[in-house]
Design a protein around this ligand. Structure first.
Ligand code: SF4
Length: 693
């Protein structure tokens, strides 16, 4: 009997291990009982993976200007166009837009090529839409983007606080682990979310705060921590900024949360008297014009109580995508370098450039996602390479992004299908290997590096992304720097580079893996970094050592800022966007599974019964949402899960599946000034019953 192949689920940042066995019709998929992320569990999406691997709609050969082509022609054109743009308009006239779907080896090479050789930092990723605020918050507090906690901490906590996280739908296996812990040890669960989500079903307390008011709530908690004597004075010796953060907390106005004071009292009492508290936070915190401040307001409470880095005790951001963490590690963001180094630090730049022996290195951060597409739109960027993502429907103000891409001089798209709204706008389409056909590594939310292994043959003329990038590098004249025998070769180089991070006093050192043989790389079992066991058995921060120059953490003085867009007579509703349980991003894979599509078959908008009555909208009526940016039409779901004045709509339905329902067309491109992350959960819209003309 064929032995199943161990790999990793390509959806959420939980990073579950899967056992894959090819069958006549596709793949049999089971949870890997030995993987530390899931111990055999899978959610609905993971268990339906086998239904998503068919070749229908696959892009199987390169295309140039809509005509089937060959690799030689297509890649030479890409190399020539990027070289010409750099020559004629400078390095900042080109850009890459990447994805948390990429494997670490792909991500690393893309960054090496554009930063170290093309000479621009105009490389950003759809992770900017996902967790950039957490990256910024971590760096401000810890001196580096370090996730202190692990999944086991969820199971050893006595209290788990979920902020802006619908864990039950968006990280279902982590939710299963949490609910199992609750059954076993009585873990208390608090959900802080404007919407009553499926996660609230398992909660002891739900705080339906006003959208965007998290800073005011956590500032209040910090003031209570101080007033009720819960500060850990000994741990504060390792922390700067306490007095300023506390002063800001005392100046904060809790009333903006519009929460019942009794609920707030219950939450504060639980937090204050429960040493083993884990705070999990996600997109409700990150996708905000005050996202980084929200993150720091949460971290402040953990630093003040010394509850960080210990078993069952600390803040845990959960990432949306399968390799969002790997992208952070390789410097996938426009303001980062590989291995958690900073592009705006000359010493870091020199060290990375020295390792790469590259001809150039940008001296400043590049354009973050929203600004990047604005630069595409106004002609500053003339050559754009988009890899495994669909910004034409997933970026805020998406119709403007479509116009920008359509007007760009030269657009390359690498993807597994040529049928996305973005792919349709490409000059060159490069057929990429799909999840089950390619090999490499990914890092999940709790810093565990796992192997993704090829289990199906590569169909047609598809190629892995790292090989496409390396070939363009060679064709642009950097033969030696971009010659690799395999993805294992790329990984070894990247792991060797990470020694610099340790040398420069940062956290990301996996250089212990730099000497893996091909066989050892192939056999690599899930490995959580830090690899060198120099931090109390792989934990960070419990020893009070942080990554700022003085070794201390920093508490930030943060004050409440409401969402940028204001409701008013014209746009009276606050629109929250998010995911549903059984779909993934723009549905290019999950829509292939009938059972996943059966969960929620159509695009919808949740509307409170009081608002629906006033608008004379009944269940299943078509509703048109209009914002200053655009409009979308979807079915009404009338529910008091959303508050009056609030709406919720999923992000998944797009051009191919429901062209009128592109919700991101209505989302404003407002961003956090610190993190550059868009405010995807607090746009303003009008809502009316839709009548077709
Ligand atoms: Fe995949 Fe996430 Fe589900 Fe795990 S929880 S099976 S990683 S979608």
């Amino acid at each position: 009997m064929t032995q199943p192949i161990r790999s990793t689920c390509p959806y959420c940042g939980t990073g579950c291990g899967v056992l894959l066995t090819p069958t006549e019709n596709g793949l049999e998929v089971k949870g890997d009982p030995d993987h530390p992320a899931n111990y055999g569990r899978l959610c609905s999406k993971g268990s339906a993976l086998g239904e998503t691997v068919g070749l229908g709609g696959r892009l199987l050969a390169p295309q140039v200007h809509g005509q089937e082509s060959d690799w030689d022609t297509a890649l030479q054109l890409v190399a020539d166009k990027f070289a010409a743009s750099i020559r004629d308009h400078g390095p900042d006239s080109v850009a890459f837009y990447l994805s948390g779907q990429l494997l670490t080896e792909d991500y690393y090479l893309a960054n090496k090529l554009i930063k170290g050789y093309m000479g621009t930092a105009n490389v950003d990723t759809n992770s900017r839409l996902c967790m950039a605020s957490t990256v910024a918050g971590h760096k401000r507090a810890f001196g580096t983007d370090t996730v202190p906690q692990t999944y086991e901490d969820i199971e050893s906590a006595d209290l788990v606080v979920l902020v802006g996280s619908n864990l039950a739908w968006c990280h279902p296996v982590l939710y299963q682990r949490l609910i199992a812990a609750k059954a076993e040890r009585g873990t208390k669960i608090v959900v802080i979310d404007p919407r009553r989500t499926a996660t609230c079903d398992g909660a002891d307390l739900h705080l339906p705060l006003e959208a965007g008011s998290d800073v005011a709530l956590f500032n209040h908690l910090l003031a209570q921590i101080y007033e009720q004597g819960a500060v850990d004075a000994e741990f504060l010796a390792h922390v700067n900024g306490f007095d300023a953060a506390l002063a800001a907390a005392f100046n904060s106005d809790l009333s903006v949360t519009k929460l019942d004071p009794d609920l707030v009292r219950q939450f504060c009492n639980l937090f204050l008297r429960t040493e083993k508290t884990v705070t999990i936070f996600s997109q409700g915190v990150n996708q905000s014009s005050a996202g980084a401040d929200k993150v720091n307001a949460i971290l402040n409470c953990h630093l003040a109580t010394g509850r960080i880095g210990k078993p069952g005790c600390g803040p845990l951001s959960v990432t949306g995508q399968p390799n969002a963490m790997g992208g952070r590690e390789v410097g996938g963001l426009a303001n980062m370098l590989a291995c958690h180094l900073d592009i705006e630090n000359a010493q870091h730049r020199d060290a990375v450039q020295g390792f790469w022996q590259s001809p150039c290195m940008p001296q400043a951060a590049g354009l973050k996602a929203v600004d990047m597409f604005r630069a595409v739109g106004d002609g500053r960027i003339k050559a754009l390479w988009i890899i495994h993502t669909n910004p034409a429907v997933s970026m805020p103000d998406a119709s403007a992004v479509r116009d920008a891409i359509a007007g760009c001089d030269f657009v390359v798209v690498s993807d597994v299908t040529g049928q996305t709204d973005t792919a349709r706008l490409a000059d060159v389409l490069l057929p990429a290997s799909a999840w089950a056909e390619k090999s490499g590594t990914v890092t999940n939310t709790d810093r565990t590096i796992s192997r993704q292994r090829a289990v199906l043959p590569e169909p047609g003329f598809t190629r892995p992304d790292w090989a496409q990038l390396a070939e363009v590098g060679r064709r642009m004249g950097w033969e030696e720097a971009f010659t690799y025998a395999s993805e294992a070769d790329v990984f070894r180089e990247y792991a060797a580079l990470s020694a610099i991070s340790g040398d420069l006093g940062k956290d990301f050192d996996i250089s212990g893996l730099a000497t893996l043989s091909d066989e050892a790389y192939d056999d690599l079992s899930p490995t959580r970094w830090p690899i060198a066991d120099h931090k109390q058995g792989g934990r960070f921060f419990a020893d009070g050592q942080f990554f700022h120059a003085d070794g201390k953490a920093k508490m930030l003085a943060v004050t409440h800022r409401p969402p940028v867009a204001r409701t008013g007579p014209r746009y009276p509703f606050r629109l929250n966007t998010g995911r549903v349980r059984d779909q993934w991003h723009t549905m290019t894979r999950t829509a292939r599974s009938p059972r996943l599509s059966a969960h929620l078959a159509e695009p919808f908008v949740e509307i409170n019964p009081t608002d629906a009555r006033q608008l004379e909208i009944k269940a299943n009526d078509l509703v048109q949402l209009k914002s200053p940016q655009g409009s979308a039409v979807m079915r009404a779901r009338i529910t008091d899960a959303v508050q009056t004045g609030a709406l919720f709509a999923p992000i998944h339905w797009t051009g191919e599946t429901a062209p009128a329902a592109r919700i991101c067309d209505t989302v404003a491109g407002e961003v956090d000034p610190v993190s550059g992350q868009p405010e995807s959960k607090a746009s303003v819209v009008s809502a009316t019953r839709f009548q077709a003309a």
